[in-house]
Design a protein around this ligand. Structure first.
Ligand SMILES: [Zn+2]
Length: 237
C-alpha cells in the first residue's frame, strides 16, 4: 500500500519498486540539501541509505534543514536524521557514519553504493567526492545552492565531472547564503535524479547542467563537455 501511487507510474511498476528496495545510496552531508534528498529517498523505499556527516545540529541550520527541530540542537545530525527517517519508513536500513569526509576515507565510505548524492556545502569535499566516484565508477548526483541560485548535475565517468567544468576554481562565501525553499528545490531535483539513476531510466542529466534562479523563476539547462585536461578524469586511467 505504501508504494501504491509510485507503482502506478509506468517507469517504476512492481519491478522498479523492487529495484529501489534493493538499492544502496550514500548521501554525503546531512544538512539542507540532504533534508529533502533523504526524506524523499526514504519515502520512495530506497532499501539502504548511508548518512555521512560529522556535524551537530545548530540553531542556524533550522532555516533550511527541516529534518531537525529546536530540541535537536546540540545532537549529532546522523543520529537525529536516522531516527526521523525510520519514523517515516521503518522498512529501510539506514547506516550512519559520523566522520569528516577526506581523500583517505571516501572510497571506503562509498564502496558498494549504486549512487552517491552529494549534499555538502563546500568545494573541497565536493571535489573529493567527485574524484572518488569517477575512480570507483559510481554515479554521482551533485547539487549546490547560493542564495536564490542553485544547480544540479548528474555525473559518471563517461560524462563531464565537476573538474571538467572548472568547479575547482569556485570560491564560495563562508558560511554560504541559503534560503530553505531554494535548497528544497535543488535537493528535490537531486532526489529525482538519484531515483532515475537507480531505476536505469533515460533522461538522466549527465552532461547537462541544470541551473535554477529563484529570483527570475527560471530554469536553464546548459550542455557541457568533458575536458581533455581534466585531472579527475585522467586519474581513472
Ligand atoms: Zn572530469
Amino acid at each position: 500500500m505504501r508504494y501504491e501511487r509510485q507503482i502506478l507510474i509506468k517507469h517504476i511498476g512492481e519491478s522498479g519498486q523492487n529495484t529501489l528496495m534493493q538499492s544502496n545510496v550514500v548521501v554525503i552531508g546531512a544538512g539542507g540539501l540532504a533534508s529533502p534528498v533523504l526524506t524523499y529517498l526514504t519515502c520512495a523505499g530506497v532499501g539502504t541509505i548511508t548518512l555521512v556527516d560529522y556535524d551537530i545540529v545548530s540553531e542556524s541550520n533550522l532555516n533550511r534543514q527541516f529534518l531537525y527541530k529546536e530540541k535537536d540542537i546540540g545532537k549529532l545530525k546522523v543520529q537525529v536524521a536516522k531516527k526521523q527517517l525510520n519514523e517515516i519508513n521503518s522498512n529501510i536500513k539506514i547506516n550512519q557514519i559520523s566522520e569528516k569526509v577526506d581523500a583517505n576515507n571516501i572510497c571506503k565510505i562509498i564502496e558498494g553504493a549504486d549512487a552517491v548524492v552529494d549534499c555538502v556545502d563546500n568545494v573541497e569535499t565536493r571535489l573529493i567526492v567527485n574524484r572518488a566516484c569517477l575512480k570507483m565508477d559510481i554515479p554521482l548526483v551533485e547539487g549546490g545552492v547560493n542564495g536564490f541560485y542553485g544547480f544540479v548535475l548528474s555525473i559518471n565517468r563517461n560524462y563531464p565531472c565537476l573538474e571538467c567544468i572548472g568547479y575547482d576554481n569556485t570560491k564560495m562565501q563562508k558560511p554560504s547564503p541559503a534560503i530553505g525553499a531554494v535548497v528544497g528545490v535543488i535537493g528535490s531535483l537531486q532526489a529525482v535524479e538519484c531515483i532515475k539513476i537507480l531505476l536505469g531510466l533515460e533522461g538522466i542529466m549527465y552532461g547537462r547542467l541544470q541551473n535554477y534562479d529563484g529570483i527570475s523563476g527560471c530554469f536553464e539547462t546548459v550542455e557541457i563537455q568533458k575536458n581533455d585536461l581534466c585531472e579527475a578524469h585522467r586519474l581513472i586511467k
